[in-house]
Design a protein around this ligand. Structure first.
Ligand SMILES: C[S@@+](CC[C@H](N)C(=O)[O-])C[C@H]1O[C@@H](n2cnc3c(N)ncnc32)[C@H](O)[C@@H]1O
Length: 252
């Protein structure tokens, strides 16, 4: 599924979950049911139920607070203060930091991909691995938990994502995980047995050149979804997930 379709599917799930709850309320009221709640509380209830349905549809938990306040903000849009929109804008800038300059947006690997990477770590007996552009550290924290004897690094430059990741590593007491607030272009890849990335087509040729120059012979570069143009991967792993993730493996 293309990225655009994935985004459209996400928005469709948000709208569908709100619509399902709304239709349920309409039916309930039509059948004579009444809830002892004022309009604002009803709107919050609508948002809360939609948030739960959204999760059942597979939406990421990030959407839950948005789903919760969506009906209230839509109905009372004139009372939402201006600073709330400014804050939302700043927060999204701190998350989607690399979308424009690096042409790498923020989206996340899923749990089946985590599991496939964990299998690769075991198979290659990698003791040091890095996720270049580690987002909210899903890969890093998963691998650090599964492989307590390996050192797992995450490299990220989006400030809010770095803060969230550092908090996750701290709260999870993951002594074998590190989050580096640094551009992936400034990281020496020579110390890693496995380098993982999930970026975009744009940086792949440059990243492959960097990996070739710095990584030791026999080590692995693993790219989620984006192949290096003109270079045959040693192997392609098809992850059994909804978006049919492909992992491209390049042996140095
Ligand atoms: C598609 S997301 C992948 C997140 C994570 N690796 C995962 O699989 O869940 C790509 C991430 O790379 C980060 N990124 C893009 N360019 C970067 C750079 N030059 N240095 C560090 N991180 C970068 C973005 O901020 C974004 O969080």
């Amino acid at each position: 599924m293309s990225r655009l379709n994935q985004h459209l599917l996400t928005f469709a799930k948000v709208l569908a979950s709100q619509a399902i709850v709304f239709a349920g309320f309409l039916l309930f009221y039509k059948l004579g049911g009444r809830l002892p709640l004022g309009v604002p509380m009803l709107l919050l209830l609508q948002g809360a139920l939609a948030a739960i349905i959204g999760r059942l549809f597979g939406l990421w938990s990030f959407w839950m607070p948005i789903q919760l306040i969506l009906p209230l903000a839509t109905v009372y849009n004139e009372v939402v203060p201006g600073w709330a929109y400014a804050a939302a804008f700043v927060a999204s800038a701190l998350v989607f930091w690399n979308g424009t300059a690096e042409q790498v947006p923020f989206y996340m690997s899923n749990r089946r991909t985590f599991a496939a990477l964990s299998g690769l770590l075991a198979e290659t007996k990698a003791t040091r691995a890095v996720d270049l552009g580690s987002g909210v550290s899903g890969v890093v924290t998963f691998l650090a938990r599964k492989h307590p004897l390996s050192l797992i690094d995450g490299v990220e430059t989006a400030p809010l994502l770095v803060a969230i990741s550092k908090a996750r590593v701290f709260i999870g007491r993951l002594a074998n995980a590190r989050i580096l607030y640094r551009s992936l272009w400034d990281v020496d890849l020579g110390g890693y047995d496995l380098v993982y990335c999930f970026l975009s087509p744009v940086p792949m040729p440059r990243l492959y050149e960097k990996a070739k120059a710095e990584m030791r012979p026999g080590t692995l570069l693993v790219s989620n979804s984006f192949a290096v143009p003109g270079v045959a991967p040693e192997r392609v792993i098809s992850v059994d997930d909804a978006r049919q993730t492909r992992l491209y493996l390049y042996r140095m």
